[in-house]
Design a binder for this molecule. Structure first.
Ligand SMILES: CC(C)(COP(=O)(O)OP(=O)(O)OC[C@H]1O[C@@H](n2cnc3c(N)ncnc32)[C@H](O)[C@@H]1OP(=O)(O)O)[C@@H](O)C(=O)NCCC(=O)NCCS
Length: 144
């Protein structure tokens, strides 16, 4: 998926969050630690540093949600991260993003922390971020 396609998909999917530009995606994709798993309607982008994987952006096109696509791209990401040596995966998610919280819980992530006022919303207000994490096992992603 090109940086332009990633930015367009994310802009359609993210409701309250400011989406990244195509340039943001291109810069990210140029980094050696990056890991991108994508299908035409969904992507999961993150990085793997030593034994930790961080999910930085994940989205499914609104016309194709609740169809298992997000689960497939997340599983591919977690398996790829485990293959690179990651033992844990973590992410930040807005505390009011109920669909994403449900999605990550469904995939075995649990809350590990709170970052108050972490996100700036398009209307200028702030939203808390929840930190979520789960363990991975090399070559196998348990519970997915
Ligand atoms: C979160 C997101 C990626 C899920 O993608 P998806 O392709 O719809 O996810 P799946 O179909 O694989 O859903 C798997 C499970 O997650 C949970 N889930 C997904 N969307 C949900 C929703 N809107 N409400 C409640 N639970 C939800 C359910 O348990 C679901 O299983 P089920 O459909 O059998 O009930 C999608 O809603 C999205 O793009 N949201 C906007 C972007 C975003 O918030 N990204 C996360 C930023 S950190």
């Amino acid at each position: 998926m090109t940086p332009e396609a990633l930015a367009a998909l994310q802009a359609r999917a993210y409701r309250d969050m400011a989406p990244w530009s195509a340039r943001d995606f291109a810069d990210m994709l140029g980094q050696p630690t990056v890991l991108l798993c994508a299908s035409p309607d969904s992507f999961c982008l993150g990085r793997v540093v030593l034994d930790e994987a961080e999910i930085l952006a994940l989205a499914t096109d609104p016309d194709h949600q609740r169809n298992g696509q997000g689960s497939r791209t997340l599983r591919a990401f977690l398996q790829g991260a485990a293959a690179r040596g990651a033992l844990n995966a973590f992410l930040e998610v807005a505390s009011g993003n109920a669909p994403a919280l449900s999605f990550y819980r469904h995939h075995g992530f649990a809350r590990t922390g709170l970052r108050k006022g972490y996100y700036r919303l398009p209307d200028g207000s702030r939203a808390d971020a929840l930190l979520m994490a789960r363990a991975l096992t090399k070559g196998h992603v348990p519970g997915s």
